[in-house]
Design a protein around this ligand. Sequence first.
Ligand SMILES: Cc1cc2nc3c(=O)[nH]c(=O)nc-3n(C[C@H](O)[C@H](O)[C@H](O)COP(=O)(O)OP(=O)(O)OC[C@H]3O[C@@H](n4cnc5c(N)ncnc54)[C@H](O)[C@@H]3O)c2cc1C
Length: 307
Amino acid sequence: MKKLCIALVSALALGIVNAEETDLVVVGSGGAGLSAAIMAAQQGKKVIVLEKMPIIGGNTLRSEGGMNAAGTLQQLEHGIMNDSAMRMSMDAQKGGHYLNNPELTLTLAENAKDAEAWLLSLGAPFCHRMGRGGGQTAARGHGPCDGSAVGQSVMKVLYGTAKKIPTIEIRPLNQVTELLTKDGKISGVKVETKGKDKKDYTIDAKAVVLATGGFGANAKLISSLRPEYKGFATTNQPGALGEGLDLAKGVGATFVDLREIQAHPTVVPVKGILISESMRARGGYLVNNEGNRFVNELQPRDVVAAA
Ligand SMILES: Cc1cc2nc3c(=O)[nH]c(=O)nc-3n(C[C@H](O)[C@H](O)[C@H](O)COP(=O)(O)OP(=O)(O)OC[C@H]3O[C@@H](n4cnc5c(N)ncnc54)[C@H](O)[C@@H]3O)c2cc1C
């Protein structure tokens, strides 16, 4: 008994508290994070999703226009027979001035159809949207049949599904501050809670998925990479600061293409409210102060933005 007490006292004195354990930690609760969590849980894994913001959903919740996918059943129902993953990938390549990694754009394009079908199977009320988006050679937008914003619908379906799975736990106001390693492998995460009961803790995990989104709200980082964007407002959620880059850098990651940032052509200036692509896809014209059109609205985003 005496020995046990001494051991306990020295453990407390050293601040040793056993870390929590799980199969998978997902960092970020946007579309990518919750999709990964659901897929893993469906394969019997115990998942903890950590989100630094008070609300879940990240930029996914702000996504307005539609979800692109080629070769879907809904396209066929609308008579769009000429679309394919290769075509979608080539459109993305062209829009990105052939700077994109072709293998990755093809992976995205090849999987988009199944991703859309998966969301439909979870209950997403998605239809095909007529009208080509900027830079597209076929109409491949999909979204809620009532024309409402796509992101809120995606998050409603993903969150609704995740909530029903007992092996998924979602923790808002929990920011991952470090990826932990053991024997050269990722072994867990260090977390800082942000509510009034602030505390730090660690989780041991067999795997960690980084789904921390982008850095569109980090004006300092953007202007250091692209000085010409200094002073631009953002349409991103305030938490899109790019801490995921720091986490990855902490375990030795290096980066490519960070400078490849696109400005969106249609926003409410200063307020940073986005007027979606679908406005142009459905036939909207852009006019200048004299009421004249000044660009082909279906050009790729950067061309329209520059004009
Ligand atoms: C206004 C707007 C409109 C858009 N419209 C469209 C559209 O019509 N079609 C389309 O395809 N795309 C659109 N997009 C882009 C699309 O929303 C994103 O590409 C997509 O949502 C990214 O999903 P994600 O899960 O990777 O990241 P997010 O949804 O941004 O999720 C990342 C999450 O990680 C959290 N996080 C970050 N760091 C940490 C940390 N250290 N610890 C814990 N949590 C952390 C963030 O707070 C965030 O909640 C739009 C984007 C914006 C801003």
